[in-house]
Design a protein around this ligand. Structure first.
Ligand code: NAP
Length: 536
């Protein structure tokens, strides 16, 4: 069954600027931002387009392998003096950046919308996430990085200290879907730890990353400490992997696996933030209205192009019909629109490739007998890359959408009879990024959460509760990634750990003339005593 939707379409009527998007900053502003990217004589260039209109946004210089390696050279030269600034001074720069991002948000929102096609409210999630990250590491990094004393092998006589050093130059590769938030989450802690950074944002959303780069410089960051190279991974990926002292990659699982195998040859550290097929479980005692409203945001924010978006919903059979009716009603009421204001609820897909992938998943689901409860169609009258919020049921395991990440506004809803079955089906995936559990009994929901194999689990929320809590780590289990961003882990991964122990008086071997048997007997008694010492 395909029911046609009543999704409202809003279009702006003001004079056009960047990418033909009304109200966006002027073309000259895009050129100023582009001048911050690494370029050289004879650099090739590409012209990017705005998802809302298909019109050009910016001409971007494409770094060569050589230019990328020279950017690493400059970052390496800049690193010792950046590392020599106190952690407190680095914190102050982040706190100034926090202020600047909030104060200049209007331009940031415009750029994110123009480049990614998302709605203004979804773009605001990026401003708030950036501010939260700058604030968190702006207040905590000095404390997290401070050397720590640890109990030594021999009390009093062995004095041990655990120290953290920056790794050197960190290579960061970012996707197009959250250009400000993911740049902030990955670049800011690397800088806070005393590293310099070479970042390759995606060409599609380069202006947004360059905007944050400009604000960081205004906040006091030395220019060479963070360099932005633009280009295809197939051209400059090897240079990034070979020159980095640590690689932080965010993107799809297949690319992440390829990068990990080339990094392995150099044994440098890395983190991978990859794809997901995130489940939401609605327990039998859930508030159906709240769960349906939560599902709309969880599935359709940023048109579903969010790594932590929900793509599978498991609803207890007793609630299934009511939930589906309410969820579909709310999805149909979403206003699609290409305006640089808060009128539209959902924006566009970001690239033609995304539109093709999303359309193909829905067509394949139909061919395999799935029911389209609402949506299922592109909406070219709203803009070239708009696709309706889409809810599917009766999706068989043979359909691609059953197990593969769609990365678009498409969700499959399934019923279940008992909670063990829901947990088993939620975990029956190669991914393990995010999950969501809905219940009136939050203690019970938390118990269910601990049984889910996902790096983040949100109770009575889709993803925003963990995404916005910068103090806790975020990342994937299984094929969703290696390592974590945010929290202490998101900072400490960018450091080399060094332990220094100073031994005084007694050596840790028998002295001359002391029989080893006597020495080991004394040490055995000492070890037993140590075990009982309070405060160790
Ligand atoms: P992608 O194709 O893997 O690309 C991600 C980035 O890697 C892009 O900047 C891309 O640039 C670059 N890249 C590709 N091949 C490379 C290579 N050999 N060397 C170096 N860089 C290379 O992923 P995407 O389609 O842009 O992003 C969507 C995916 O990212 C989804 O699977 C989503 O779930 C995942 N994601 C995960 C998280 C998370 O936190 N777990 C967050 C956001 C997105 P070029 O294409 O220009 O080469």
């Amino acid at each position: 069954m395909t029911s046609s939707t009543a999704v409202t379409v809003e279009r702006e009527q003001r004079p056009t600027t960047i990418g033909g998007v009304v109200g966006a900053p002027p073309v000259s502003r895009a050129e100023t931002l582009v001048s911050r990217a690494v370029s050289g004589p004879g650099s090739e260039s590409v012209t990017m387009t705005a998802p809302f209109t298909g019109l050009p946004t910016a001409v971007l210089p494409q770094a060569s392998d050589w230019l990328t390696r020279s950017a690493f050279g400059r970052a390496r030269e800049a690193q010792p003096s950046w590392a020599a600034t106190s952690a407190a001074q680095r914190q102050r720069i982040l706190l100034r950046l926090h202020e600047l991002v909030l104060a200049r948000q209007r331009e940031g929102l415009d750029l994110v919308q123009v480049e990614s096609g998302k709605s203004r409210l979804d773009a605001f999630d990026e401003i708030s996430a950036t501010a939260l990250v700058a604030d968190y590491y702006g207040r905590r990094s000095a404390r997290l990085l401070a050397p720590r004393r640890a109990p030594g092998a021999l009390p009093v006589l062995t004095r041990a200290t655990h120290t953290r050093h920056p790794r050197g130059v960190v290579g960061i590769i970012s996707p197009w879907n959250y250009p400000l938030a993911l740049t902030a989450m990955d670049v800011l802690p690397a800088l806070a730890a005393g590293n310099t950074v070479v970042q390759k944002p995606d060409n599609q959303t380069a202006l947004s990353a360059l905007w944050l780069h400009e604000l960081a410089e205004q906040a006091g960051l030395p220019r060479d400490a963070w360099q932005i190279v633009l280009g295809k991974g197939s051209v400059i990926g090897d240079a990034i992997v070979e020159e980095s002292d640590y690689v932080c990659f965010t993107g799809s699982t297949p690319t992440g696996k390829r990068l990990a195998s080339s990094i392995a040859g150099r044994l440098t550290g890395y983190s991978l933030e990859l794809g997901g097929k995130n489940p939401m479980i609605v327990l039998p005692d859930a508030d159906v209205t709240k769960a349906a409203a939560g599902a709309v945001t969880a599935c359709f924010a940023s048109a579903g192009q969010l790594c932590v978006s929900v793509e599978r919903v498991y609803v207890h059979d007793s609630l299934r019909e009511r939930f589906l009716a309410e969820f579909a009603r709310r999805a149909r009421a979403l206003r699609l629109g290409a305006s640089l204001d808060y009128r539209a609820d959902m924006g566009s897909l970001t690239t033609e490739e995304q539109l093709r992938a999303v359309s193909a998943h829905v067509a394949d689901a139909r061919e395999h007998g799935a029911t389209v409860v609402t949506g299922g169609e592109a909406r070219p009258e709203a803009g070239p890359l708009f696709f309706e919020p889409t809810i599917l049921t009766d999706v068989p395991a043979s359909a691609a959408v059953f197990a593969d990440e769609t990365f678009g506004p498409v969700v499959s809803v399934y019923g279940y009879t008992d909670i063990d079955e829901a947990v088993e089906r939620a975990n029956d995936t190669a991914f393990g990024l995010n999950a969501s559990v809905w219940s009136r009994d939050t203690r019970h929901a938390q118990e269910v959460a601990t049984r889910l194999k996902a790096g983040t689990v949100n109770v009575n929320e889709g993803y925003a509760a963990t995404f916005g809590t910068v103090g806790v780590p975020m990342g994937g289990m299984k094929e969703s990634g290696v390592g974590r961003r945010n929290g202490a882990e998101g900072l400490l991964k960018y450091t080399e750990s060094q332990s220094i122990a100073v031994q005084r008086g007694l050596r840790l071997r028998p002295g001359r003339g002391v029989p080893p048997a006597l020495w080991t007997a004394a040490l055995t008694a000492g070890l037993r005593l140590l075990r009982r010492m309070p405060g160790r």
